[in-house]
Design a protein. Structure first.
Length: 69
C-alpha cells in the first residue's frame, strides 16, 4: 500500500529506496508469514502491477531501489 501511495509522487528521474529487502522478520513480529521477506514481496508485487523493476544492493539486510524512468 505504501508503494501505491507514495511512488506516484516521485518525479521522473527520481529513485525510491527500500531497506530490509533481505530481512524476514521485523523485531516486533514473532513469526514469518511467508518464505520471502515482506519488503521484497511488496516490491515484487508493486513492480508486477506497474511494469517497473527494482534492483537490490546487497548487504546484511538489503537495500532495494526503484528508478522512476
Amino acid at each position: 500500500d505504501e508503494c501505491r501511495r507514495f511512488l506516484p509522487m516521485i518525479e521522473y528521474g527520481g529513485v525510491a529506496l527500500f531497506h530490509d529487502t533481505r530481512l524476514f522478520m521485523h523485531p516486533r513480529e514473532y513469526e514469518w508469514h511467508e518464505n520471502i521477506p515482506p519488503v521484497r514481496k511488496a516490491l515484487n508485487d508493486y513492480c508486477a502491477e506497474t511494469g517497473l523493476t527494482w534492483e537490490e544492493i546487497p548487504g546484511e539486510y538489503g537495500l532495494g531501489i526503484i528508478k522512476i524512468a
